[in-house]
Design a protein around this ligand. Structure first.
Ligand SMILES: [Ca+2]
Ligand SMILES: [Ca+2]
Ligand SMILES: [Ca+2]
Length: 319
């Protein structure tokens, strides 16, 4: 009898293991639009330089989304960090990679929104720059020029200086930026700075950013900064990756040189963005290439507009 019980126990453990393997292997990728219809029930993340508490399984396919284990997961293609299709990295070895988006994850609890941004590992820790625009579906107003910043100020508190616009349908209520491995800023729809994390005494309470191995960034943003708990709402996220310079987007010029990438326009109307989430390579290249190379320098009318490259997260009711 004892033997039979232990045999049964082993069999049930084995079947549990194989079932678990089956479920982890069988996460089928959804389009960004399909995944946006699946309600996300969140869980708590600790922002602690360790990403093991992100337990969802990414979809098998590239450029696909899944809602798995209380996480929204976008798996981006590898090697699509070419901006308009022609972007190259700066020549300095510290800056030769690191803007290829790999994954973007979203989860939440009653206190915070949690984000995870994974890229390829940069050649030096300080080089990364990630822009996350947030459009609350149904909201009126919002900014279509994503926290550009005042050209006369040229300050990281003023904006991104990334030359990035979105269509009116995606006008953002918030823009979040993460530079290097631990710094961040949040602007509201009027372009007012409402959150800053610099590992300084005056950091915004609860706005947390830490990285693991230079290429996976955990972010916590209190709901109090984002207009309250989103239960039952649908939010759209525009996720753009590039490189930073003084905590602003590092320009991509017409010709690459030691400190700047190449493949942009002579008038610098091109976005300083190498990769986007939400669409395939052809669509993202078309969108990042939709600037006007004949526009006056610094005139937002000439900037590229993002219309299809975004992710939709359907916040379910709070657990
Ligand atoms: Ca963690
Ligand atoms: Ca990518
Ligand atoms: Ca992409």
């Amino acid at each position: 009898m004892v033997k039979l019980v232990s045999v049964l126990a082993i069999v049930s453990v084995l079947s549990a293991v194989s079932f678990a393997e089956e479920t982890t292997q069988a996460v089928k990728g959804l389009s960004a639009a399909e995944a946006g219809r699946v309600p996300l029930i969140g869980h708590t993340i600790t922002v602690d330089k360790n990403v093991r508490d992100w337990v969802g399984t990414a979809p098998e396919e590239e450029n696909a989304a899944a809602v798995n284990n209380s996480e929204y997961i976008w798996k981006d293609a590898t090697g699509d960090d070419k901006g308009n299709g022609n972007y190259t990295y700066p020549l300095n070895k510290a800056l030769k990679k690191g803007a290829d988006l790999k994954e973007f994850r979203v989860t939440y609890d009653k206190d915070n929104l949690y984000l995870l941004v994974k890229t390829d590992r940069p050649a030096d820790w300080w080089t990364g720059y990630r822009i996350i625009g947030i459009h609350k579906k149904g909201a009126v107003g919002g900014m279509t020029l994503l926290a550009q910043g005042d050209p006369d100020e040229c300050s990281s508190d003023s904006g991104t200086y990334a030359n990035l616009k979105v269509s009116p349908d995606l006008a953002c209520q918030y823009v979040v930026v993460v530079s290097s491995t631990y710094k961040g800023r949040i602007w509201d729809e009027k372009g007012k700075l409402i959150g800053r994390k610099e590992a300084a005494p005056d950091d915004t309470a609860g706005f947390k950013i830490e990285d693991s191995n230079w290429n996976a960034i955990e972010i916590a943003i209190p709901w109090t900064l984002l207009g309250g708990n989103p239960a039952g709402q649908t939010w759209e996220f525009i996720v753009a990756t590039g490189q930073q310079d003084n905590d602003m987007a590092r320009p991509v010029k017409e010709q690459a040189d030691e400190w700047n990438g190449g493949g942009g326009a002579a008038n610098r109307a091109n976005p300083y963005v190498y990769d986007l989430a939400g669409a395939d390579k052809a669509t993202q290249e078309k969108e990042l290439g939709s600037y006007d190379g004949d526009a006056d320098e610094d005139d937002p009318k000439g900037f590229a507009t993002i219309d299809k490259s975004y992710l939709t997260v359907n916040f379910g009711l709070m657990r």
